[in-house]
Design a protein around this ligand. Structure first.
Ligand SMILES: Nc1ncnc2c1ncn2[C@@H]1O[C@H](COP(=O)(O)OP(=O)(O)OP(=O)(O)O)[C@@H](O)[C@H]1O
Ligand SMILES: [Mg+2]
Length: 265
């Protein structure tokens, strides 16, 4: 691989959702503030949407690291489950275990846990990623969970994160109850043309990339190809590093980027 050649400590354009590589673009920062506000103010249900590859999962992971220490969290990444299974996954990720596994038992376990957390003055957050895959029944289940409250406060803050289809689903007549409960909403847009260069340099710096440079002339080409979607930026940049390595070059220029883009199309 090219890591030694460029003196990198890890691959700068991995397509995983590593929060250590989280770049605070204008939209990601706004989304982060909106979610943190909703959680801290105990707003109940928070909705975050964005096109494929815009950084929703990365944002969730970065957000979890910024929560106050008195917040307990549960992150459900792949909600292809039945209602009982989803409750079980939520409970397990909170780090508790249930004695019985019927839907009602699970809800009781969760309720008792949340009351206990609240009596300690703590807050509880449930993040469901890929929430566009939730069925209407599961969405209804989520609404019921967010209903758990004392006279004064919501016990559980729910962050629903998903692709734009989630909005379509929430617009259905049968989802109107949960839709009405959404009190904070943010749609993540891709990076702007001006942010591309900063994003690339940020990710290179994070990976210790002193021995490689993308010329500024490459940024507009990368923007035209990716339309600012981080996953696509990563794919083309990773390919460019590989090409540079094979040619023994530490500087990535527009001819190289054009070649990579052609190969990807
Ligand atoms: N703000 C960001 N800072 C750094 N890297 C980012 C950012 N947003 C996205 N990325 C990178 O882009 C890629 C895709 O991000 P991620 O998986 O979070 O997107 P997603 O919106 O969850 O996609 P999907 O809709 O497929 O679930 C990852 O490699 C991630 O590291
Ligand atoms: Mg994702």
């Amino acid at each position: 691989m090219y890591l030694d050649f460029y003196k990198l400590k890890e691959s700068p354009f991995n397509i995983t959702s590593d929060p250590d590589f989280f770049f605070r673009s204008r939209h990601h920062l706004e989304a982060l503030s909106a979610i943190l506000y909703g959680i801290k103010q105990r707003k109940g249900i928070i909705l975050v949407t964005g096109e494929v590859g815009t950084g929703k999962t990365t944002l969730c992971r970065a957000m979890l690291k910024e929560l106050p220490v008195d917040t307990v969290t549960s992150l459900v990444l792949n909600p292809y489950f039945s209602e009982a299974q989803i409750l079980k996954a939520i409970i397990e990720d909170f780090g508790i275990s249930a004695a019985r596994f019927s839907r009602l038992d699970l809800i009781n376990t969760l309720n008792m846990f949340l009351i206990d957390i609240s009596s300690q003055g703590k807050n509880a957050v449930l993040v469901i990623d890929e929430a566009q895959n939730l069925s209407l029944r599961q969405l209804e289940q989520v609404r019921l969970l967010s209903n758990l409250e004392t006279e004064k406060i919501k016990l559980l803050q729910v962050v629903l994160v998903g692709q734009p289809e989630l909005n379509t689903k929430l617009s259905l007549e049968s989802a109107r109850q949960i839709k009405q409960r959404i009190s904070v909403k943010y749609h993540i847009l891709p990076l702007t043309g001006e942010e591309i260069g900063k994003y690339i340099e940020f990710r290179l710096a994070r990976a210790n990339g002193g021995a490689v440079k993308f010329l500024p002339e490459t940024f507009s080409l990368i923007y035209n190809f990716s339309k600012g979607i981080p996953r696509l930026i990563n794919i083309v940049c990773d390919r460019a590093l590989l090409l540079g390595f094979s040619k023994g070059k530490h500087v990535i220029d527009s001819v190289m980027i054009e070649k990579c883009i052609k190969e990807l199309q």
